[in-house]
Design a binder for this molecule. Structure first.
Ligand SMILES: Cc1ncc(COP(=O)(O)O)c(C=O)c1O
Length: 367
């Protein structure tokens, strides 16, 4: 079976982890944490990084740190992972969905403009499968209406929009470092921002809102969302190889492009001018004319030894959210189509050209 993803871990990861273990710094203090935060924030082009234990809680910490008035509306794409809506709800805000663009699969900024009301306080842009959302018009809207912008850059490490890195453009950026991400810490996440006060709030929320002067006197309820020094040890070794990881992803994408470009029944990932797609996962979308959907196609590929993953199912189609009386009667045609006709092919960092040949032969065979 050709796996859909696998991490690339080297000797440096081992020696860093060994150092953490040998020195006894295995919880959330130690030299790797501060260094990982500093290096990742600098890589994103901002001043502050706050490491947390996964990408889902990075979004939650970011939302709670922003301290938006209860009931504030936060606009976000329906086509995303549930972590995004969960963070909005857990911060006491109301999620307002928009559809996504059919080619980049990121939120449609024109629709964001149409959904702004007097209660809107924020927009969450999710950079999908490696391609960044259209940040310039989005930031312009945000300036015009006084909105904060949360970037979910979990899937776009190192992605660029007109020379600026994913996560470093909005008010606050969130990352996941799960094992399938371009930079991994096993499990892990980070919040990055240029706003010192916001970073301080995120830092405090991550660590139970302990106070410097009187540790066990609390004026706010926090969380234990700390990252361990062992995770940061892995992450630091990974940052050192990010350029190589990005090169591998882009090479993988051009290999797939070459082999699948002429297959009329498929749409392939795009790269808009001025954007650097990092092709975190190589997604394909089946033409409507095909008499089967992505789930059937994935099952057939599995029979031929190729592992895949389905695209996200829209938030407006989630029973758990519908049961909260959210999004009743809402329709997002692009999201619905992607959910039924989209899947991603093996995209691991260790994938070789021969694997890609085999995957593409299987894809053609199944079509
Ligand atoms: C866009 C996006 N946001 C957030 C997350 C959540 O990250 P984690 O799995 O680390 O909680 C993911 C997970 O893969 C993701 O793809």
């Amino acid at each position: 079976m050709i796996p859909v993803s696998e991490p690339l871990l080297d000797e440096r990861v081992l020696s860093n982890v060994e150092e953490a273990v040998r020195t006894g710094w295995i919880s959330s203090e130690g030299r790797f944490i501060a260094e990982f935060e500093r290096r990742w924030a600098a890589y994103c082009g901002v001043s502050h990084g706050v490491a947390v234990c996964n990408g889902t809680v990075a979004l939650e910490v970011a939302m709670v740190a922003l301290a938006l008035p209860p009931g504030s509306e936060v606009i976000l794409p329906s086509f995303t992972i549930i972590s995004c809506v969960a963070a909005v709800l857990r911060a006491g805000c109301r999620p307002v969905l928009v559809d996504c663009e059919p080619d980049t699969w990121c939120l449609d900024v024109a629709e964001v403009a149409r959904k702004i009301t007097e209660k809107t306080r924020a927009v969450m842009a999710v950079h999908m499968y490696g391609h960044m959302a259209d940040m310039e018009p989005l930031m312009e809207l945000a300036r015009k209406f006084g909105l904060v912008v949360i970037e979910d850059a979990a899937e776009a490490h190192g992605g660029e929009y007109r020379g600026r890195r994913a996560g470093g453009i909005g008010t606050i950026g969130c990352f996941s470092f799960y094992a399938n991400k371009i930079v991994t810490t096993g499990e892990g996440g980070m919040v990055v921002t240029d706003d010192a006060k916001l970073a301080e709030r995120a830092r405090s929320l991550r660590n139970l809102c302990f106070r410097r002067e009187q540790r066990f006197l609390h004026t706010e309820l926090g969380y234990n969302f700390r990252m361990t020094n062992i995770q940061a040890a892995i992450g630091l070794a990974q940052i050192e190889r990010i350029d190589e990881h990005l090169l591998r992803k882009r090479r993988m994408a051009s290999c797939y492009d070459e082999r699948l470009r002429h297959v009329r029944e498929l749409s392939l990932p795009t790269e808009r001018p001025g954007v650097k797609n990092v092709y975190w996962m190589y997604g394909i979308v089946l033409a409507d004319a095909l008499p089967f959907d992505a789930a059937t196609f994935a099952a057939r590929l599995k029979e031929r030894g190729v592992d895949t993953r389905p695209f996200f199912l829209g938030m407006h189609e989630q029973p758990v959210l519908r049961n909260l009386s959210l999004f009743a009667g809402e329709i997002f045609p692009v999201t619905e189509r992607l959910a039924r006709r989209g899947l991603y092919l093996p995209s691991g960092l260790g994938l070789g050209e021969k694997d890609i040949d085999a995957v593409c032969a299987a894809v053609r065979g199944c079509l």
